[in-house]
Design a protein around this ligand. Structure first.
Ligand SMILES: C[S@@+](CC[C@H](N)C(=O)[O-])C[C@H]1O[C@@H](n2cnc3c(N)ncnc32)[C@H](O)[C@@H]1O
Length: 246
């Protein structure tokens, strides 16, 4: 390991005992979620409902894993699909898998969103399925598309209730290749005051983090990659970056 890499590793490890950094980051998460910060951004022209820090983490994962398939639940305006497609395109330009695709699933792909995604210059790397991500016919379609793919990364960002997130984990985490990740967004709901999700069917005690905790109890092949959330500090996915180790 180079001196620089060692220094980065030690700095990130030191954050674990930095109570001031951790509490300031938590305060920013509370205030920014109340201020709907995640809706402020776009990627190559499409609105993306993510924090920039998580986008950088995804870039690092997509570069290091070099997936030939990314499965995403929750399309909304398509920003995260375009983000993944753009990273796959850059990987391909740099010698990565030339046939890499992102497969998006959403229960409600609005016609104007579908049209804009299909008209995007990166659309040739995107496929979409409309339907509930936990419906058996949709899961079967995703499994069929995944057959023969060598390195699969999964991102779950649809309905954030415990039962739905757990059902998505059961359906899609087994498709993740060893060494790759299943990223479960909005685990942060568990750490926020309940009033921030009072207009939603999820909240503290019923959200993707509670689902991840239950899933991990019977799935030792996955581990939380703490290094990612420690590095980011600002993330909607604490305990949500799951690495498949075997
Ligand atoms: C937070 S948005 C996704 C944001 C997107 N990943 C991005 O980064 O821009 C959540 C999406 O999940 C979809 N959704 C809700 N319930 C779903 C379900 N049961 N199956 C699939 N998608 C669902 C909604 O229609 C919505 O578009």
């Amino acid at each position: 390991m180079s001196d620089f890499q060692q220094e980065v590793k030690e700095r990130i490890a030191s954050y674990e005992n930095d109570e001031s950094l951790k509490s300031d980051a938590a305060a920013f998460m509370r205030a920014s979620i109340a201020g709907r910060y995640s809706y402020n951004f776009s990627w190559l022209g499409r609105p993306i409902i993510q924090y920039p820090q998580d986008m950088v983490a995804m870039q690092e994962l997509i570069w290091s894993i070099q997936p030939d398939l990314i499965i995403e639940t929750g399309i909304a305006h398509g920003g995260s699909l375009i983000f993944s497609a753009s990273m796959l395109e850059l990987n391909a330009i740099c010698g990565g898998p030339g046939d890499a695709l992102v497969l998006g699933v959403d229960i409600d792909i609005r016609p104007h969103n579908r049209q804009a995604i299909e008209a995007h210059p990166l659309s040739r790397r995107i496929e979409m399925i409309q339907g509930s991500s936990v419906a058996s016919d949709v899961v079967d379609q995703v499994r069929a598309r995944a057959a023969g793919r060598r390195r699969i990364l999964v991102c779950l960002d649809s309905n954030h209730t415990h039962d739905h997130a757990l059902a998505e984990l059961e359906a899609y985490a087994p498709l993740v290749s060893v060494g790759s990740c299943c990223v479960v967004f909005d685990t942060i709901v568990e750490d926020l005051p309940g009033e921030l999700s009072s207009d939603r069917p999820w909240g503290p005690g019923n959200n993707p983090k509670t689902a991840v905790r239950e899933y991990l109890r019977s799935h030792p092949e996955f581990e939380v990659d703490r290094q990612i959330e420690r590095k980011l500090q600002i993330t909607v996915a604490p305990e949500g970056y799951l690495r498949r180790t075997r």
